[in-house]
Design a protein around this ligand. Structure first.
Ligand code: NI
Length: 154
């Protein structure tokens, strides 16, 4: 268990394309646990390995008190579209509207080396798409509209 430093926008590590995880060993599992600790500590709903400076395709999301560790995630189906406000642990205090698929299916490997598929919609689908973007070196501020400092009052 460890809280890791979250890299901030402007750090070149966030612009790199990540490599596949080839072997799910102790180091990968510890990284996933440390990423989860770091995400919960910062009250995030998702985190990708490059955000803690590790350029491998590993993501942790927890939108609704259910944690998913997604290794080598690939979005294999997208449906519909929705525009919602997003933020990112790497872009403190910035929010912006991003168009994403409303529903997705993602194929991934679990930490126990099983290949699974997950159907997601709403916030979970959005979060997975956001994190998979990180693995491609893409930040939400690269694609968002109406970026504001601080969340807009409604
Ligand atoms: Ni992010």
């Amino acid at each position: 268990m460890a809280i890791l430093e979250v890299k901030k926008a402007g750090d070149p590590v966030l612009k790199k394309v990540c490599e596949d995880v080839k072997k799910i060993d102790k180091r990968v599992k510890k990284l996933l646990d440390d990423m989860a600790d770091t995400m919960y500590k910062n009250e995030g709903v998702g985190i990708a390995a490059p955000q803690v400076g590790v350029l491998i395709r590993a993501v942790v999301v927890d939108v609704d008190k259910k944690r998913y560790d997604l290794i080598n995630p690939v979005i294999i189906h997208r449906e519909g579209s929705a525009v919602e406000s997003e933020g990112c642990l790497s872009c403190p205090d910035l929010f912006g509207e991003v168009e994403r698929a409303e529903k997705i299916r993602v194929r991934y490997t679990t930490r126990y080396n099983k290949v699974k598929e997950l159907d997601a919609e709403g916030l979970l689908a959005r979060c997975i798409q956001h994190e998979v973007d990180h693995l491609e070196g893409r930040l939400f501020i690269d694609i968002a509209k109406n970026i504001t400092k601080g969340r807009k009052e409604k």
